[in-house]
Design a protein around this ligand. Structure first.
Ligand SMILES: [Zn+2]
Length: 468
C-alpha cells in the first residue's frame, strides 16, 4: 500500500477562498510507521465566536502562532508522495490547495475521502460522519474538533479497516476511490479540483464564445464528469468530448434555481447540442369565454395574455395551430360542438357537420343547452388550466444562500441580499415563458409573498449574482 497522510484542519470558516486555516494536524503512515505533527496557524483574520466555541481555538491562542507560509516546508514534506486522506477530503484539500496557491505553489495530490471510503465499505450504514465512525468502530477520541485529534481518528479508522478487510479488497476500493476521472484531452486537469459539488448550471464551450451545451445538476462536478465517463458513449456525448475546450458554471442555492437558469440560458444562447427547451417561438393559450359567448373558447397569443392574472387560461402551446389542434381533439373526444368552439367555418346556424355524423351532441341545434355544453367544455379543459398567481405581488423562494424572485409566474432572477432583490424588481419584467411556468407552478407552495420587510437570514453577500 502506498504511503498515506491523514490530515485534518481547523479553519475560521467554510470557504477556502475567504477563510483561513487555524490549525493543521497530519499523521503520516509509511510501511506501518505512524508519525504525528501539528501546529496552530495564525490566520491573520479573526475567528468568529461560534467557531471558537466549536473548536476551542481562540483568537488569543493563534495570535502568536506561525503563519501558514512559515509552515509550508513542514506541510509539504508530509504531504508530498503520499495519498491525502481526510474526512470530507474536498474541504481539507480545498483549503490546503488554496493556501498554497496564495504562496504561489500549485499543489496537487491524490485524495482519499474517508466519508466515501466508509460509505463504500459499509453501504448498509446511513451515517458516516466522524462521530458515527467513532461509535461504530470503537475509536478512541481525544479532543474532538482539534486538528491532530481528528486526524488521529481517521488514522485509527484506517487501521481498523486493515484489520477487518483483506489487503486486496482495501487496495481495490482505494484504487477505485482515488482514480482520477477521465477528461477530454482539451480540458485542463485543474478542472477536476475546481468543479464544485454544488447545485447549479454548467456550460460547455467549443472554440468560440457560444456554448455547445448547457446542463443543470444537484451536483455540478458529478454531472459534468459523467458526460465524459467511459460508459456513457452516445453519439452526442462523443461529439461533445471532441468539441469541448472549456467548462464554465454558475452555482445556485438549489435545484429550482438551477432549473430556471438552465431554461433561461438555453433559450438565450441556443446551444447546438441541447435538444430540449430549444424551441420556444411563442406561447399561445386557450381562453374560455362565457356560456353565451361565441365562440365559447378562443386561441390567444402571448401578447394578449396575462398569465397569472387571468384565471380562464388553458394550456400553453407553441403556436395557434397547436392550440387549435388540441381543442379540436378534445371536442371530438367529448362530443362537443366544433361550431360553438369556432372551429368550423361556414354556416353560423343549423346543425354542424359533426352533428350530422352524430359526433356532436347537438348544442348547435338546441339538443344540448349552451350552459351544459360550456360546463362539459370546462371540465374537459380543466386538466390544462393555468394556475392563477396566488399572491398580490411578487413572491420569493428561498433556496440555500439565495432567494429566487418571481412575479406572476415570471422568474425575475436570484438575489443574495435585499438590495439585489430591489434591483431585480426595478429591472423590468422578462416575457412569460412556459418552461419557467412549469418549473414554478410545482413549487409555488414553498413561496412567500414579498411584503414590506424581508426576513433575511441569508448572511453576507457572497459572489456575484447571476441574474438573467
Ligand atoms: Zn354541433
Amino acid at each position: 500500500m502506498q504511503a498515506l497522510a491523514f490530515i485534518d484542519l481547523e479553519t475560521s470558516g467554510s470557504t477556502p477562498t475567504q477563510d483561513r486555516i487555524t490549525e493543521v494536524g497530519i499523521i503520516t503512515l509509511d510501511a506501518g510507521r505512524l508519525q504525528s505533527w501539528s501546529s496552530l496557524v495564525n490566520p491573520q483574520t479573526s475567528i468568529p465566536p461560534f467557531i471558537e466555541n466549536l473548536t476551542g481555538i481562540t483568537n488569543e491562542m493563534v495570535a502568536d502562532a506561525p503563519l501558514f507560509e512559515d509552515l509550508i516546508p513542514e506541510i509539504l514534506d508530509r504531504l508530498m508522495g503520499r495519498i491525502f486522506v481526510a474526512h470530507n477530503a474536498r474541504f481539507d484539500y480545498g483549503f490546503i490547495k488554496q493556501s498554497l496557491k496564495r504562496a504561489g505553489i500549485d499543489f496537487r495530490a491524490t485524495t482519499l475521502c474517508t466519508v466515501k471510503l466508509s460509505r463504500k465499505l459499509f453501504p448498509e450504514e446511513r451515517k458516516h460522519n466522524l462521530d458515527s465512525l467513532v461509535q461504530r468502530h470503537g475509536l478512541v477520541a481525544q479532543t474532538r474538533h482539534r486538528a491532530l485529534a481528528d486526524a488521529d481518528l481517521i488514522a485509527q479508522f484506517w487501521l481498523k479497516l486493515t484489520d477487518s478487510f483483506a489487503p486486496e479488497v482495501l487496495e481495490r476500493v482505494v484504487t477505485e476511490l482515488t482514480a482520477r476521472p477521465s477528461l477530454p484531452t482539451h480540458l485542463g486537469i485543474d478542472l477536476l479540483d475546481e468543479l464544485p459539488e454544488k447545485p447549479g448550471v454548467y456550460l460547455f464551450y467549443g472554440e468560440n464564445d457560444l456554448p455547445l451545451y448547457v446542463g443543470k445538476s444537484k451536483n455540478i462536478r458529478e454531472r459534468v464528469l459523467s458526460h465524459f465517463s467511459a460508459d456513457v458513449r452516445s453519439a452526442r456525448e462523443l461529439s461533445l468530448s471532441q468539441q469541448i475546450r472549456r467548462v464554465d458554471w454558475i452555482e445556485t442555492g438549489g435545484e429550482v434555481g438551477a432549473l430556471l437558469r438552465e431554461a433561461a440560458l438555453v433559450k438565450q444562447l441556443q446551444p447546438t447540442l441541447n435538444r430540449q427547451l430549444r424551441l420556444n417561438r411563442g406561447v399561445c393559450s386557450l381562453v374560455l369565454g362565457g356560456a353565451h359567448e361565441d365562440p365559447q373558447a378562443v386561441v390567444r397569443s402571448a401578447q394578449e395574455l396575462d398569465p397569472g392574472r387571468q384565471d380562464t387560461l388553458y394550456g400553453l402551446f407553441e403556436s395557434g395551430a397547436e392550440a387549435q389542434r388540441t381543442l379540436r381533439s378534445i371536442a371530438e373526444a367529448e362530443g362537443l360542438c366544433l361550431r360553438l368552439l369556432g372551429l368550423e367555418r361556414g354556416r353560423s346556424e343549423g346543425p354542424c357537420f359533426a352533428h350530422q355524423l352524430k359526433r356532436c351532441r347537438g348544442a348547435c341545434v338546441g339538443d344540448e343547452s349552451r350552459e351544459m355544453h360550456h360546463l362539459r367544455l370546462t371540465l374537459a379543459l380543466s386538466r390544462l388550466k393555468i394556475r392563477s398567481w396566488p399572491f398580490e405581488g411578487p413572491a420569493t423562494l428561498k433556496e440555500g444562500d439565495e432567494v429566487l424572485v418571481v412575479d406572476r409566474w415570471v422568474y425575475l432572477g436570484s438575489a443574495r441580499s435585499e438590495g439585489e432583490v430591489m434591483d431585480l424588481l426595478e429591472s423590468g419584467r422578462p416575457q412569460f415563458d412556459k418552461d419557467s411556468y412549469r418549473i414554478l407552478s410545482k413549487v409555488v407552495g414553498r413561496m412567500t409573498p414579498l411584503t414590506g420587510s424581508l426576513d433575511w437570514p441569508l448572511g453576507p453577500l457572497r459572489g456575484a449574482v447571476e441574474s438573467l
